[in-house]
Write a protein that binds this ligand. Structure first.
Ligand SMILES: Nc1nc2c(ncn2[C@@H]2O[C@H](COP(=O)(O)OP(=O)(O)OP(=O)(O)O)[C@@H](O)[C@H]2O)c(=O)[nH]1
Ligand SMILES: [Mg+2]
Length: 426
């Protein structure tokens, strides 16, 4: 039985730290050399597969994960601290997708496999880095690279190890709610459970996945009570816990129901019929149960079945049952083929293209990551930094493209919601 556990979260790398403007102060030297250090790199958001985990439930509660920002540079060429990576642990077998495009980022098929889901920004360079023979005292620094948040979807296909089966109302959902964190609907009428519920049961350092099935009735293999759909689900489990109601309350013959269900399993498939079964006699807290246990237990044991007496309601007898399930699973091979390992990918950088657009009379807009990043990393209020930006835009061909679109001196150019006066002295 396969369950798909799915969660969508937003991840963002840390922004890069800013480079700073500073000058060395030396005795008797009025203008020391530039000494502003570089900003640190922002941390990455990394997703790592860990075999100790079983579900994605830990990521359900928090929707946004941001890695640490890089520290700003300091005077005396001091480099800013790199931001710490943020590592999110997920179960082995988790596949990571970009939510919007649906593109697969990574298939984390082995313990320890990791991928970078969101890259941290680069640190900005301090003014010391810009010193050249022509400009020995640069008075500007670069800001850190800001990075955008990314929505990702994590998907995990879970295989249930154990199926809990039995006639309607015998207490299957009550049992799973007691041994795992699953919260199924429980009610005192048949067919409360309409879709299988999934729970993860932890026993010491091991854990296994249990599926609580809707009740099965006669004719299930032909579709009665939607039985055929449910039977298909439990076919891939490794072990069945077959529950019997011994409260004496239902007025039914519990052994007849037990046999009916086993006939349905055989009629459906050999594989289902061959699955190991452990019997749980449930509701032993009820006064009439002693008599019924005495009547059915010898019969079941004579058939070579292991029988446990429990009360899913009070919890009585559940511990030994759970330990036994874990023990039996150890010797039952997994029926699924191991997941094949798929190469790891990382999110690549956005396309390196930009566009110029006329948006109105005397108004233009430039969009595209490389240009927007340049602006974001420029300290616009600093005249020197601003001049450098102009030079860079010129080199990239942006100024020419603006002229080609008809931009004239004094027109307004918007880049990343910053408005510039177009500056063309020619
Ligand atoms: N006294 C007693 N009642 C129980 C016990 N376990 C379950 N019940 C009750 O039996 C009723 C049915 O329980 P469920 O857990 O919903 O049974 P189910 O087998 O999941 O039922 P379906 O989903 O309809 O097949 C509920 O009223 C439970 O409270 C038990 O150990 N003792
Ligand atoms: Mg149920």
């Amino acid at each position: 039985m396969q369950f798909v556990d799915e969660v969508e979260i937003t991840v963002k790398g840390g922004d890069g730290g800013n480079g700073i403007v500073a000058f060395r102060r030396e005795k008797f030297v009025p203008h020391g050399g530039p000494s502003g250090g570089n900003g640190g790199r922002g941390g990455n958001v990394i997703i790592e597969a860990d075999s100790k985990l079983n579900t994605l439930v830990d990521l359900r509660y928090k929707k946004r994960y941001v890695a640490e920002r890089g520290g700003d540079g300091g005077p005396n060429d001091k480099h800013g601290k790199n931001g710490e990576d943020l590592v999110l642990k997920v179960p082995v077998g988790t596949v990571v997708y970009e939510a919007d495009s649906g593109r697969m980022i990574a298939d984390l098929a082995r313990h320890g496999a990791r991928c970078i889901a969101a890259r941290g920004g680069e640190g900005g360079r301090g003014n010391a880095s810009f010193a050249t023979s022509v400009n020995q005292v640069p008075r500007f620094a670069e800001k850190g690279e800001p990075v955008e948040p990314i929505r990702i979807r994590l998907e995990l296909k879970l295989l249930a190890d154990v199926g809990i089966i039995g006639y309607p109302n015998v207490g299957k959902s009550t049992l799973i709610s007691r041994i795992s964190s699953a919260k199924p609907k429980i009610a005192d009428y048949a067919f409360t459970t309409l879709v299988p519920n999934l729970g993860v049961v932890s026993v010491d350092d091991r854990s296994f996945v249990v599926a609580d099935m809707p009740g099965l009735i006669e004719g299930a293999h032909e579709g009665a009570g939607l039985g055929d759909q449910f039977l298909r689900h439990i076919e891939r489990t490794r072990l069945l816990v077959h529950m019997i109601d011994v409260s004496g309350f239902s007025g039914r013959d519990p052994m007849r129901d037990f046999d009916t269900i086993n006939k349905e399993l055989s009629a459906y498939s050999d594989r289902l019929a061959a699955l190991t079964q452990i019997v749980a006699l449930n509701k032993i807290d009820m006064p009439a149960s002693g008599e019924i246990v005495a009547a059915v237990k010898p019969d079941l044991e004579a058939r070579g079945l292991e029988v446990f007496e429990i009360s899913a309601l009070t919890g009585h007898g559940i511990q030994p049952l759970v330990y036994r399930i874990a023990e039996r699973l150890d010797s039952l091979p997994r029926t699924e083929e191991p997941v094949e390992e798929v190469a790891r990918f990382t999110v690549d950088r956005e396309a390196e293209s930009w566009q110029v657009r006329k948006v109105g009379e005397g108004r233009f807009e430039v969009t595209g990551r490389p240009v927007e990043i340049l602006v974001a990393r420029t300290d616009i209020d600093n005249e020197y930094a601003f001049r450098r930006l102009h030079g860079q835009l010129e080199k990239m061909g942006v100024i020419k493209a603006l002229k080609d679109e008809g931009a004239k001196h004094g027109d307004v150019v918007t880049i990343r919601s910053v408005e510039f006066d177009f500056w063309d002295e020619a």
